[in-house]
Write a protein that binds this ligand. Structure first.
Ligand code: NAP
Length: 251
């Protein structure tokens, strides 16, 4: 049966939403490959957790901003699993929160390379393997956007909002291009989710303060985002193509 088991790649899978997605995918019967930037301990812990639950996991330290790392990541999946059924482009960074006028070129560049260029490189590599016209069996791609794509995230990280808007536009275009190849491409747009990303960005609003602006009155757990990602990956979503699914607690 091993040959029939589906394989998913979750980028940025070691912590936060990516980690919850890896665990949910393993529970749903996927073999899980994920990459991460630097946190070897978090990655090893997640592999151990999935394997102790009877699942299969592979972690690779690979920066999605680097083309050579993305090539190495997909080659490792080919070698270990020999197939790829789903891709979740979850790796994302905001850069330090602040006003645009005070934000330098290097920050903007790195945010675009991780959230946009890296996401596109992963989509290209995955689509080439999944496309029925190229010998593949089809697949599903879920790109992770943000409400910032719509609001623009003023006074916080407008460059990140612009990057996520690019993710949504790219999703719509690619979805139409590869739909006839058996590949469904969609976006998930998480609301405020309780992960380390808020501390990493150094934004001065805490999660509690943000929660007051959310109709349900709290941030999402990473699991509450992972569930809808798994749904978009699943055959239940077979007619959902090029959509952006907002998971925002009413905001
Ligand atoms: P997080 O807790 O900061 O975790 C990010 C994960 O991505 C980490 O495992 C990190 O690796 C990895 N990563 C970062 N840069 C990478 C790179 N260049 N190459 C490979 N892996 C990289 O983030 P999160 O909050 O779960 O966010 C996940 C996604 O959801 C992002 O796209 C984010 O923009 C989006 N999102 C989040 C929220 C929210 O409120 N949390 C809301 C809307 C959208 P290490 O573990 O090695 O550091």
């Amino acid at each position: 049966m091993t040959g029939m088991q589906k394989t998913v790649l979750v980028t940025g899978g070691a912590r936060g939403i990516g980690r919850a997605t890896c665990l949910a995918a393993a529970r749903a019967g996927y073999r899980v490959a994920f990459n991460y930037l630097a946190d070897d301990a978090a990655a090893a812990g997640l592999v151990a957790e999935i394997e102790s639950g009877g699942g299969t996991a592979m972690a690779l330290r690979a920066d999605v901003a680097l083309e050579a790392d993305v090539d190495r990541l997909f080659a490792a999946i080919d070698a270990r699993f020999g197939r790829l059924d789903a891709l979740v482009n979850n790796a994302g960074i905001t850069g330090p929160a602040g006003r645009f006028m005070d934000t330098d070129r290097a920050t903007i560049d790195s945010v675009l390379r991780v959230n946009v260029t890296g996401m596109m490189d992963c989509c290209r590599a995955a689509a080439a393997r999944m496309a029925t016209g190229r010998g593949g069996v089809g697949g599903a791609i879920v790109n992770v956007s943000s409400g910032a794509a719509t609001t623009g995230a003023p006074f916080t990280y407008v460059w990140y909002g612009a990057a996520k808007a690019a993710v949504e536009a790219f999703t719509r275009g690619l979805a139409a291009e590869v739909a006839a190849e058996g590949i469904r491409v969609n976006c998930i747009s998480p609301g405020v989710t309780a992960t380390d990303i808020h501390r990493s960005s150094g934004r001065n609003q805490g999660l509690e303060e943000l929660a007051r602006t959310i109709p349900v009155g709290r941030a999402a757990t990473p699991e509450e985002i992972a569930g809808p990602i798994l749904y978009l990956m699943s055959d239940t979503a077979s007619y959902i193509v090029g959509s952006v699914l907002r998971v925002g607690g009413g905001r």
